[in-house]
Design a protein around this ligand. Structure first.
Ligand code: BG6
Length: 509
């Protein structure tokens, strides 16, 4: 059985044809082709491979290759050597066709008769709108382009989120895909799982014996997971985003995946199934921490307009391109969850995400309880305002991006005559420790699909468990009208209410 992390940097051995559906889109140009190029430049792709771009635009092989060569130079994480790019694009071909029309698949099958050019193991990457997932897979199946799971050749299908719009549609999508494919052939990509720092959560938790004993309800006060972004609706994202909003776009996948990694039980081994089983278990135990009403547990927001430092107008969400001027879609969401199991019962878990916020930050903060006896309180005055300063709780922060690293906040004595305790940071940062630049999420994930390692991909029951957590919110949107918040801040004060008048508050750092 493939074990994640053991094979990541070895060369893929099986010859393969990679077909990218929706090849004229942004994802192909900015992420997929540059990621495949880096794998090629590092000699990680197999000796024989073909990449086929499948889309409707009127390109041919030459035009498409030239475009991809330019995109590699523009978007590759490492400098792209001219000669290596030229050798790489020789493997690229273009297939013009309508993804929803059977003819296009018949023509593809004809091309695939040339098995020297197009190896028979196939990776289909569906970078297309979700409503086309099932028709595309159905046509691949009916045209005989999918090898059965028991065959000596393999077929794998990668799909990009969103995996449905709610629990019901996610279940219908899973059922439809599983009508044509075996679960082991489906790779649901969540690019957060490809981030180096996200993978490090598991390594850190389960390779350091000192933290595990305190990762539970006896020592942890609460956990906060934040993914804030400064961007709004740039690059024409409005159309998609207005249909989905922050909860569907970020919470039901990235944020809940982070929650799984930081709260799941240790798996018995590192196999894909063992890890995913533990994730599903913790998701099944997670739910909104509702006291009286759903509105004391969830907060939705939408950014309004404002002005920047140069007094220039910042567009509010409803003024953005391709957004309904009366839209009620949230661009910010915060919520309070609980996990009903022995480890986490009674520990609130806060999730928050938003666009047009003060800073781009993704982090998980595990805040521990304060010591049982406050020995080091003191009075501190600024001008004529005095306050009692107490020891701050220890916080362990997994910083996913930027400044990737892990930090532990501890109290230490400030030098001087008095016993005054201050917060300092014990830190490990990737940039300070290793000179190597971190691989892009897609580099790792694409190689994993070629190796057949599904550890970092979401299983169907995991997707459904994620939707189950947020479904009560979707059912009550009318009770949770979005509040307006100012751009370039930290959302709105109402999000602090989720702490239910305790001393807790969001870390806005
Ligand atoms: C995507 C969302 O999945 O993740 C986007 O659809 C979001 O709305 C993006 O901007 C954030 O990814 P990252 O890697 O920049 O944190």
């Amino acid at each position: 059985m493939a074990t994640s992390g053991m094979i990541g940097e070895s060369r893929v051995s099986d010859p393969v044809t990679i077909v990218i559906f929706g090849a004229s889109g942004d994802l192909t140009r900015r992420k997929l082709i540059p990621a495949l190029f880096i794998a090629y430049a590092q000699n990680l792709l197999p000796a024989t491979f073909a990449i086929v771009g499948f889309a409707r635009r009127d390109y041919d092989d030459e035009i498409f290759r030239d475009m991809m060569a330019k995109d590699i130079k523009a978007f590759s994480r490492v400098p792209a050597n001219e000669e290596t790019v030229a050798r790489f694009v020789e493997h690229i071909r273009y297939h013009k066709g309508d993804i929803s029309s059977p003819d296009a698949y018949g023509e593809l099958r004809e091309k695939f008769r040339d098995t020297e050019t197009y190896p028979e193991n196939r990776l289909y990457y569906l970078s297309i709108i979700p409503s086309l997932f099932e028709p595309a897979v159905g046509l691949l199946k009916s045209e005989g382009l999918i090898a059965g799971p028991g065959s000596s050749l393999w077929t794998r299908v990668v799909i990009e989120k969103p995996f449905g719009r709610d629990l019901e549609s996610a279940m219908a999508l899973n059922a439809a895909l599983l009508g044509h494919l075996d679960e082991s052939q489906i790779y649901r990509i969540d690019h957060y799982l490809g981030k180096e720092t996200v993978q490090n959560i598991l390594s850190f938790r389960f390779s350091n014996a000192i933290f595990e004993p305190v990762f539970n309800r006896s020592y942890v006060d609460h956990i906060q997971i934040t993914a804030s972004e400064t961007v709004g609706m740039e690059s024409g994202r409005g159309g998609y985003y207005d249909e989905y909003g922050a909860i569907r776009d970020m919470v039901t996948n990235h944020l809940l995946e982070l929650l799984c990694l930081v709260t799941m039980e240790p798996p018995g081994d590192l196999s894909a199934e063992a890890i995913r089983n533990e994730k599903v278990k913790v998701l099944n135990a997670a739910q909104l921490d509702i006291r009286k009403d759903i509105s004391d547990t969830v907060c939705r927001g939408q950014y309004g307009g404002g002005v920047d430092e140069d007094n220039q107008h910042i567009k509010g969400y409803r003024e953005e391109d391709r957004i309904d001027p009366h839209s009620q879609t949230e661009t910010f969401a915060a919520m309070r969850l609980k996990i009903d199991n022995w480890r986490w019962a009674g520990v609130p878990i806060f999730l928050r995400t938003g666009k047009r916020m003060a800073k781009k930050t993704t982090e998980i903060a595990v805040q521990f309880k304060v010591p049982p006896l406050q020995l080091f309180q003191h009075v501190e005055c600024k001008e004529d305002v005095c306050d009692i300063t107490r020891v701050k709780p220890n916080t362990l922060i997994f910083r996913i991006q930027p400044d990737e690293g892990i930090f532990l906040k501890v109290g230490t004595k400030r030098p001087g005559m008095r016993f005054v305790v201050e917060d300092v940071k014990l830190d490990f940062s990737y940039s300070g420790t290793w000179s190597k630049s971190l691989p892009e999420a897609y580099e790792r994930l694409l190689l994993d699909t070629l190796h057949g390692d599904s550890t970092l991909f979401t299983r169907s029951d995991e997707v459904e468990a994620e939707w189950r957590v947020v479904q009560p919110i979707l059912d009550h949107f009318d009770k949770l009208k979005p509040y307006a918040y100012s751009p370039n801040g930290w959302g709105m004060p109402e999000a602090d209410w989720l702490f239910h008048c305790t001393e807790g508050h969001w870390r806005n750092e």
